[in-house]
Design a protein around this ligand. Structure first.
Ligand code: EPZ
Length: 427
C-alpha cells in the first residue's frame, strides 16, 4: 500500500499553484463524445480520475493525447457503445458518458458506476430524466443497456439539484430534437463550465448557472479550444490547511469567484485574506475560531467536498463545534482515523461533534476515499511527530500531487523513500 510520510507540527509558508478542476474536466471530457471535431482542453489536471476517463473515452473510439497539461481529443469516430467494466465501476463520473453516448449514437451499455464510499450514490435521477427524453433502459445483472430511437426535447424537473443528473440531462439534450427545459438544476460552477464548453462547440444552452437551463437541440457540434478553470476544492483544501496549521500562504490561480462560502467562513474563523486577480493570500496565526455549528449544502453553500478537510481543521479550533453533512449520508468515515490521531469526534446521524483544542499525534492511518485521504494528510501536517497515510491512490484521484503542493508550503513530506532520503540529507 503506497503511503505518504509527514513530519508535522510546522506552520505553512509559501505559494501553491492551483491545478485544473477535476469536477469540471470530467463532464467536459464526456461532452467531447458529442463533438464531431478536435477538442483542445487546456489546464487539464493530470489526476487518476482524468486518466480513467481517458481510458473510457478511448474504449468507445475517441482519440485522446496528452501534451503536458493540454488534453487533445478527437471523437469523430465512435466505434463502440459498451463501456469497460474496470473503469466504470471505479469512478462515479463515468455515468456522465451515458448522456453523451445517447446524444451521439443513441445507445450505451454500462455497469452501475462506482466511486467513493461516501454514502448512497444512486443514479435514479439520471435514468428518470434520460427516459423522459426518450431513452429506454433494460437491466441485467449489474449492467444497464440504454437506447433511443430518437431523443425529443421536453420539460424535466429534477426533484433534487443533483450535479451529475443536471450534467447528464444537458448532455443528452444538446443533440436532441426540439427544446428541453430543465428545472431544479444544480448550480455548481462545474456545470457552468461544461455548458460554456458546449456552447463554445456550437450548442445552444441558456440559463447557464441558474436552476432553470434551456437547451435548444442542434444537429452537430464542432471542435474548439477550452481552458479548464482552477479547482475550487483543491484551493479550499490548502486554504483550510493554512487555517488549521497557521502560516502565510498564497494560492496562485485560486478561483476566487467560486469560493465565496469558503472565504467567508475563513474570515469568521479569524484568517486574514487578501484576494487579487491572480489568487488569494491567507494569513493565520493562533488557533482558528470555531463557529458553533456548520453545514454543508448545494452551491453556493459550503461544499460537501471540503467537509472532511474542515473536520480535521476543527480539531485545532479554540472551542468545540459541530458540522452537519446535508448532501451525502455516509461522509464522516475519516472521523475514526482522526480519532486514532488524538481527535475527539463523535458522529450522530449526519452531524459530527468535534472537541476543539486537541493536539493530534502522528500515527499510521489509511485513506478510504479521496477527500478523507486529503484530510488525513492535513491531520499529519497538524500533528506532532510522524504520520504515514496509506492508500495514496485515493488522494491521487483528485490531487495532481498533494506531496508536491505541501512541500511547496514548507512541509516535511514525501513518499517513504523520498522522506528517508530527505531526513538523511538533513542529518
Ligand atoms: C458530484 O457528484 C461531484 N463529483 C462530487 O465530488 C460532489 O461531492 C457532488 O457532486 C456534490 O457536490 C463530480 O462532479 C465528478 P450529486 P454527484 O448527484 O454528481 C443523491 C469529489 O470529491 N442522488 O449532486 O454524484 C446522491 O446520493 C466528488 O470530487 C440521488 O439520490 O453528486 C447524493 O446524496 C465526491 N440520485 C446527492 O444526490 C441520483 O440519481 C448529491 O449527489 C443522483 C444523486
Amino acid at each position: 500500500m503506497e503511503c505518504i510520510q509527514i513530519q508535522g507540527g510546522n506552520k505553512l509558508s509559501g505559494e501553491v499553484d492551483i491545478q485544473g478542476s477535476k469536477n469540471a474536466a470530467l463532464p467536459i471530457m464526456a461532452a467531447c463524445i458529442l463533438v464531431q471535431g478536435i477538442v483542445v482542453l487546456e489546464n487539464c489536471p493530470r489526476i487518476l480520475d482524468v486518466e480513467f476517463m481517458c481510458r473510457i473515452l478511448r474504449s468507445v473510439g475517441v482519440w485522446v493525447k496528452w501534451e503536458k497539461n493540454v488534453l487533445v481529443l478527437d471523437a469523430r469516430q465512435i466505434t463502440e457503445s459498451r463501456l469497460p467494466r474496470e473503469y466504470v465501476t471505479r469512478m462515479r463520473s463515468s455515468v456522465m458518458v451515458a448522456g453523451a453516448m445517447l446524444g451521439r449514437c443513441r445507445e450505451i451499455t454500462f455497469h452501475y458506476p462506482g466511486g467513493c464510499v461516501i454514502g448512497d450514490r444512486p443514479i435514479d435521477l439520471h435514468v428518470k430524466a434520460l427516459k423522459q427524453l426518450g431513452a429506454v433502459f433494460t437491466e441485467s445483472d449489474d449492467m444497464l443497456y440504454a437506447h433511443a430511437e430518437r431523443l425529443t426535447g421536453c420539460r424535466i424537473s429534477l426533484p433534487f439539484p443533483s450535479v451529475g443528473a443536471t450534467e447528464n440531462t444537458v448532455l443528452a439534450a444538446v443533440l436532441a430534437e426540439g427544446v428541453t427545459e430543465i428545472y431544479g438544476c444544480a448550480r455548481e460552477p462545474e456545470i457552468e463550465a461544461m455548458c460554456g464548453f458546449l456552447n463554445c462547440a456550437g450548442a445552444k444552452i441558456k440559463g447557464i448557472g441558474s436552476s432553470h437551463i434551456t437547451v435548444e437541440g442542434v444537429k452537430q457540434l464542432h471542435g474548439c479550444t477550452w481552458k479548464v478553470a482552477s479547482d475550487r476544492i483543491v484551493a479550499g483544501t490548502y486554504l483550510i490547511s493554512t487555517l488549521a496549521a497557521g502560516g502565510d500562504v498564497y494560492l496562485k490561480h485560486a478561483p476566487v469567484g467560486q469560493m465565496e462560502s469558503v472565504l467567508s467562513l475563513a474570515r469568521v474563523m479569524g484568517a486574514g485574506l487578501i484576494c487579487d486577480n491572480e489568487g488569494i493570500r491567507i494569513v493565520q496565526s493562533g488557533l482558528l475560531t470555531a463557529p458553533d455549528s456548520l453545514n454543508t449544502g448545494v452551491y453556493p453553500a459550503f461544499p460537501t467536498d471540503l467537509q472532511s478537510i474542515l473536520l480535521a481543521a476543527l480539531c485545532r479550533a479554540d472551542k468545540d463545534s459541530s458540522l452537519t453533512e446535508r448532501i451525502f449520508n455516509g461522509r464522516f468515515g475519516v472521523a475514526e482515523e482522526l480519532n486514532r490521531m488524538g481527535a475527539r469526534i463523535r458522529v450522530e446521524n449526519n452531524t459530527a461533534y468535534v472537541t476543539g483544542k486537541r493536539q493530534l499525534h502522528g500515527c499510521n492511518v489509511t485513506a478510504q476515499e479521496l477527500r478523507g485521504g486529503a484530510a488525513l494528510v492535513l491531520a499529519g501536517v497538524m500533528a506532532s511527530g510522524y504520520t504515514q497515510v496509506y492508500n495514496r491512490h485515493f488522494i491521487d484521484r483528485g490531487y495532481e500531487d498533494i506531496v508536491r503542493d505541501f512541500k511547496s508550503l514548507g512541509v516535511s513530506i514525501g513518499s517513504k523513500e523520498e522522506f528517508q532520503t530527505d531526513e538523511r540529507r538533513k542529518s
